[in-house]
Design a protein. Structure first.
Lengths: 308, 308
């Protein structure tokens, strides 16, 4: 599964529930990583890890029931506090930063964190190299978290680029997982800032296109809106249709199959015309059982296509 | 004031209460600093800072009312947890480590931390260079915190050395403070592992001896015991007398004046015979008023000696 943060994490959790231990690999976006307090913070990797470990906070990020003592002190000592890092979450960043400084790759670190948290799913960064989303707005170019958190997505997005993406090499574990996969799933994550900076890494799109497995994308837009985050407004301001069809167009030539929500059933023919098989499914994941059920149905549909 | 951790911090707090804002400089031991989770931890500097800021924990270290969420998570992620770092305390180490990594000296960092915590006293490390206490025991050479915390001071101390002390340069702020001082105080800290690694830094002993100001030491041994820490057992196993007299002998040739507790009044003549003026005072600092009163009486005695 190629995934960003919360939406991707939920569907990954559903798949983890349905497939055997160790059979799922989540390739997470790292283009919204940031350096805070001199520590390396990987919001998407952590949302996925915490969700798969069953300890994610209610909003889909951070650790459930976390305390905020360190952040208060960091603020008192002059560090920025707009990015809300709880105490347990800070521990993850401290641990990650120590391992990175000692020479581990982000892939190594993610493997170590998953192991410590009892997560049997492989969680790997799309790349071990620095790739950073830069958002063009009327207020100038902003790094992703400044746009997303500090300025609360209030700026109209005029363009998006991924600094460093030309130089970045894909994580070998990600490439291997794609090559060996029985099914490739593009999670219902933001296509512009979560999925594009994964597929845009050298060899990644070609890996997906050349893989033996079918590739299925799940629409993050339901009824013209993103359930969470700015995907809908981003699509609009960048000139895309704000619908499952608009998302499907972005994935044309990459995915074999497209899953859209029952609310959007009328878009199925137009999506099919892009050359994709279409599955109309209940995709809103309100409960843990919803996640597992969506995973089961995605697998069934793909298996049927492959005649299994 | 030359100081180690808790005892030194208490007397420094008393002096801070008595003298004008900015008139006190505390030169803190850094030989028990350690690297934990990839962060630079300075236990003595922090005990002094937290005490002077009025936020120290009840045991004389860490932050009062701190939480332990990060440490629990760090343990889960495979980091050692024998050195108890609370969440607010962790924030200090994160901030310090970031500034050090960006090129600040430990002196710069200590100044920044003091400023953020509203501490007007100058708190400076004895040196910006790495000096580390190594304790020889029957279990081999141990770094100080392994001996002190991890092994709970259970090993007999056969010898003490300070790795790096020959190469270390004194913090310029420390040397300047000694040269400009009206009074130099050696705090009631462990003479072997807190004061010796300050005085042993090149130029520091000579600075104290050559200073215009009188130098007064306060005995950390009262009635044959250290109020806190292993100073008494260390003195014994290294062949020193475990008494204020034993401590005074270590400071002969450096201090002009020696403060011992009323309980030890009978040692005054023997200490005077070492060539020091002797003040017999109540030195147990149970309350904040005790700290201030001891500071006042040390200043009065020194002023009387100088005819002020």
């Amino acid at each position: 599964m190629l995934a960003g943060g919360t939406g991707g994490a939920k569907l990954a959790h559903g798949f983890q529930h349905v497939v055997g231990a160790g059979e799922l690999t989540v390739i997470a976006n790292v283009a919204d990583d940031l350096e805070l307090f001199g520590l390396h913070v990987s919001p998407d990797l952590d949302s996925v890890l915490y969700t798969l470990a069953g300890i994610v906070g209610e909003s889909g990020w951070g650790v459930r029931g976390d305390t905020w003592t360190a952040l208060e002190m960091l603020g008192r000592l002059g560090e920025p506090t707009w990015f809300r890092i709880g105490d347990a979450d800070l521990a993850t960043h401290v641990r990650r930063s120590r391992l990175l400084r000692e020479g581990s790759t982000l892939t190594d670190v993610s493997r170590a964190l998953a192991g410590s948290l009892g997560v049997t799913t492989q969680v790997v960064p799309a790349t071990d190299d620095p790739v950073r989303t830069v958002v063009s707005t009327d207020a100038g170019e902003l790094d992703f978290q400044t746009y997303f958190v500090a300025r609360a997505q209030r700026d109209e997005v005029r363009g998006v680029r991924f600094a460093g993406i030309e130089q970045a090499r894909p994580s070998p574990a990600a490439i291997a997982a794609i090559a060996e996969a029985d099914l490739i799933v593009i999670a219902p994550s933001n296509p512009i800032v979560s999925v594009a900076p994964i597929l845009g890494i050298r060899g990644m799109r070609e890996g997906v296109q050349g893989a033996a497995a079918a590739c299925v994308a799940v629409s993050p837009i339901i009824g013209g809106h993103a359930l969470k985050g700015p995907a809908d407004r981003m699509l609009a301001s960048l000139g895309h249709e704000v619908s499952a069809l608009g998302v499907a167009r972005l994935y044309a030539g990459i995915v074999d199959r497209f899953v859209l929500d029952e609310q959007d059933a009328e878009l199925a023919p137009a999506i099919a015309a892009l050359g994709m098989a279409v599955d109309v499914l209940p995709t809103v994941m309100s409960t843990e059982e919803d996640r597992a059920e969506l995973a089961r149905r995605i697998i069934s549909a793909a298996d049927a296509m492959l005649g299994r």
